[in-house]
Design a protein around this ligand. Structure first.
Ligand code: TNX
Length: 523
């Protein structure tokens, strides 16, 4: 009897000790070298020690305005989603940061507006930045330090991070992607998802291709038939769709909260069949064509010598400009094969003036460099090096979207089912392994505003399709735009990309498992 009691007591004691030691024992601390950062930060140093994030950890904000505090919530959310904790953000006015994540907003001109320092030490984690934007970029780096299990939303309880110091800032001011919502329409939720993908890799512009031959996708109150008729179909004859101005504003705000600027594109004078079908007066012959659901390009043009055309452009630019805080309005200008050269130049010159009158700068595909570019306007290189040089000779900056490198609608190889191949096949290494400053003769870093990867959607119908074509190539584009050239090479990038696989899988992202990448994850 006594012996039994003793045995029982011993076993309870043993269970208690096991419980205490297991719940307080140090979690595995990952090695800094096992982590995969894309885009790779400018400077990473490994320090002594580690920090454990537990249920008592808070995010303390020093010197932060409301925007900083709400941005700090992203950081708390990443941790909470990963752990099931309820980490909170607290604005504080002192540095009582021990055991916490401290966000310190400083006035320091040596830190880039989007730059940050992220320091993990045994005492705490500090993020130093000059703005909410820098904090947001830092939060993405922090998110990439979380274990794969975090993305699987398994409640991982406490987890540790190795001590380190990361100093980071972007190479180019413009790091973007384009989504064509005209050839196939994508609703607000898909666009938000797309924005989340960009934010994660520190991209800061989303260009929305809002009109083309196959569909007009944004409500214009003064020209309602653009969407009532011109938004009714898409490639293949599906039902199409459009954003009301309220929905569009919701997208703009969602992007803004993630420090992404929306660049709206109204493609003109070509690529305008949907508008021409909606308003006969915009046509040279005054006759509206049928709606178009094919994939050919270059057959449509606005009537460039009719005044009504400029009233139309003015109304469209005015209504859209009011909805965007960003400085750029994209006027298209590509493949106007049925517009006479003189008419094209006359049109592009006038449209740039209209855009300027609403205090926006124009971006246009590289053909616009054949017109007179207004100061501050930007040419988007996609095909013609000659046009790119024309633009630079006029003092304009370039966004680089070389079709043979980063057109995300190009097939990976001959077996890819989705996509096109007019600019060649683009494997993951080809999309990554090029230097913007050495792409076009005579064009160097100082002429380049940044890079943008377009996703044209003639063959793309679902979020699953979008994922397959952008993942993983878009990660490479993000790194080209953000990271110092000296830190980039395919071999080490390939290893970092391989380590992202588990996280992509955990999030159910349908990505292309390129045979050039040794996919793995060390967890
Ligand atoms: C060319 S790139 C186009 C688009 C097509 C794309 C398909 C450019 C400025 N124009 O109209 O959708 O090819 O890859």
């Amino acid at each position: 009897m006594i012996k039994n009691k003793l045995m029982q007591w011993l076993s309870y004691t043993f269970m208690l000790i096991t419980f205490i030691t297991s719940s307080c024992s140090k979690p595995d601390i990952p090695q800094l070298s096992d982590m995969s950062f894309i885009p790779i930060p400018a400077e990473i140093t490994s320090d002594e020690g580690f920090f454990i994030i537990g249920s008592g950890t808070s995010v303390l904000v020093i010197n932060g305005n409301d925007e900083v505090v709400s941005t700090a919530n992203f950081l708390a959310d990443y941790i909470n989603q990963a752990t099931g904790f309820s980490v909170v953000v607290k604005p504080v006015d002192n540095r009582s940061g021990k055991g916490n994540i401290v966000v310190n907003i400083v006035n320091d001109e040596s830190i880039h507006r989007e730059g940050y320092e992220l320091k993990v030490s045994s005492a705490n984690i500090t993020i130093t930045a000059t703005s909410a934007e820098g904090l947001f970029r830092a939060s993405q780096t922090f998110r990439q330090m979380l274990p794969c299990s975090a993305e699987r939303k398994e409640k991982a309880t406490r987890f540790g991070l190795p001590a380190c110091t990361i100093k980071d800032y972007p190479r180019f001011a413009y790091r973007g992607a384009m989504l064509d919502v005209s050839r196939h329409f994508f609703g607000v939720d898909v666009v938000k998802q797309f924005i989340d993908y960009l934010a994660e890799y520190k991209m800061n512009y989303l260009h929305l291709h809002l009109s083309d031959d196959q569909g007009w996708r944004i409500e214009i109150k003064s020209w309602p038939n653009l969407t009532a008729h011109g938004g009714k179909t898409q490639v293949g004859g599906g039902e199409g769709g459009f954003y009301t101005q309220e929905q569009f504003s919701e997208i703009v705000q969602y992007a803004k909260d993630r420090f992404i600027t929306i660049v709206p594109e109204i493609d003109m004078p070509g690529h305008t069949n949907a508008a021409l079908a909606s308003y006969p007066e915009l046509n040279e012959n005054g006759i509206a064509p049928e709606l178009y659901t094919g994939m050919e390009v270059g057959f449509s043009t606005l009537a460039t010598r009719k005044e009504i055309t400029y009233q139309f452009v003015d109304d469209v630019v005015r209504e859209i400009s009011r909805l965007i805080p960003g400085e750029y309005f994209h006027i298209g200008g590509d493949e106007s094969h049925v517009t006479k050269k003189d008419d094209y130049i006359y049109f592009i010159n006038r449209v740039q003036e209209i855009v300027a009158s609403y205090r926006k700068k124009s971006i246009g595909w590289d053909e616009i460099a054949t017109a007179n570019m207004l100061p501050g306007n930007v040419a988007q290189f996609w095909a013609s090096t000659e046009n790119a040089q024309l633009a630079v000779n006029q003092g304009a900056k370039l966004i680089l979207s070389p079709s043979s490198r980063i057109y995300l609608d190009m097939k990976y190889d001959s077996t890819t089912v989705l996509g096109l191949n007019w600019a060649g096949y683009i494997e993951v290494d080809k999309a990554y392994d090029w230097n913007p400053a050495q792409l076009i003769p005579g064009i160097d870093e100082t002429h380049i505003l940044g890079v943008e990867a377009p996703l044209w959607t003639e063959t793309v119908e679902t979020l699953d399709d979008i994922q397959y074509l952008i993942f993983p190539r878009i990660l490479g584009v993000a790194e080209i735009g953000w990271s110092p050239e000296g830190l980039r090479n395919w071999e080490t990038y390939q290893e970092r990309l391989a380590k992202q696989a588990e996280k992509l899988k955990a999030r159910n992202i349908n990505f292309y498992k390129s045979p050039l990448v040794q996919w793995n994850c060390k967890e």
